[in-house]
Design a protein around this ligand. Structure first.
Ligand code: IPD
Ligand code: CA
Ligand code: CA
Length: 267
């Protein structure tokens, strides 16, 4: 394992311990609301602090973009860590066992290392650019599925910003008819890890943040899948809109979405 990925794994496992400990007594959680349907707990904050402390021991100057504490470190560093300490907070608060720690590192703007860790199931998804993607040390690949009507597709419902809800529902309706099924598990980073490991054949969501997508996107490309924005271009980390899947399923998802691309959904 690349030494940088090893540090990222160490950080994710530390965060995972904090999350698992807290999951034993969710009745005790103090929950605050950042904005409508956007929750944060002291667990999100403690997990993020543990991740950043771990990374800082080895990389004191790297830039960091983390969901709860924002930007820190040397802004002009060639290296940037992109961190979601607890992806799926709403699930976590409800004891719904689908949440993860997501940590990615980009070098000169290109994703280089990725960890998505599901602490409840002890599933560790990792990837380094050019070195493949793994689940607990076993190589993973996207599924071999080629037909949309046989594909299981993941998504995230709009629940915070409702600007695109009509376009979303139209796409949802069409995909409900044209796929084998749609799932909305509630932690985008894990959804992407599931595409990388062949549990899902494709995924789409609008309005995500870079920390929801960065690690999962590298897992998918290292597992032989494709990831893009709604225009089929690589700017999903900036637009927040993502489509991905096995090469054939990805192409068909883009086709279904194409007629709905306008305004903020142009890319
Ligand atoms: C959320 C989850 C969810 C997605 C949201 C994200 P959070 O992250 O990934 O699946 O639909 O858009 O914000 O807030 O639980 O870290
Ligand atoms: Ca998230
Ligand atoms: Ca989060």
């Amino acid at each position: 394992m690349h030494p940088t990925l090893n540090i990222a794994v160490k950080a994710a496992l530390r965060a995972g311990k904090i999350i698992n400990r807290a999951s034993l007594d969710i009745g005790q959680l103090k929950v605050s609301t950042k904005q409508q349907s956007d929750f944060v707990t002291e667990v999100d904050k403690a997990a993020e602090a543990a991740i950043i402390d771990t990374l800082r021991e080895t990389y004191p100057k790297h830039a960091i973009l983390a969901e709860e504490s924002g930007r820190s470190g040397q802004e002009d560093s060639e290296y940037q860590w992109i961190i979601d300490p607890l992806d799926g907070t709403t699930n976590f608060i409800h004891g719904f066992p689908q949440y993860a720690v997501s940590i990615a590192m980009a070098h000169k703007g290109v994703l280089a290392h990725a960890v998505v860790y599901d602490p409840g199931r002890n599933e560790l998804f990792t990837a380094s650019k050019g070195a493949g993607a793994f689940l607990n040390d076993k190589r993973i690949r996207v599924s071999k599925r080629v037909k949309l009507d046989e594909a299981l597709i993941g998504t995230g419902f709009p629940y915070r910003m409702f600007d695109h809800v009509d376009a979303y529902i139209d796409i949802f309706k069409e995909l409900t008819r044209r796929t084998a099924g749609i799932r909305r598990p509630g932690a985008a980073s894990l959804d992407l890890a599931y595409v990388a490991s062949g549990r899902l054949d494709g995924f789409w969501e609008f309005g995500l943040s870079p920390w929801d997508m960065a690690a999962g996107a590298l897992l998918i490309s290292e597992a032989g899948g494709l990831v893009s924005d709604l225009a089929g271009e690589p700017s999903y980390l900036t637009t927040g809109n993502i489509v991905c899947g096995t090469p054939k399923v990805f192409a068909q998802l883009l086709q279904v979405i194409a007629p709905h691309r306008k305004g903020k959904l142009a890319a």
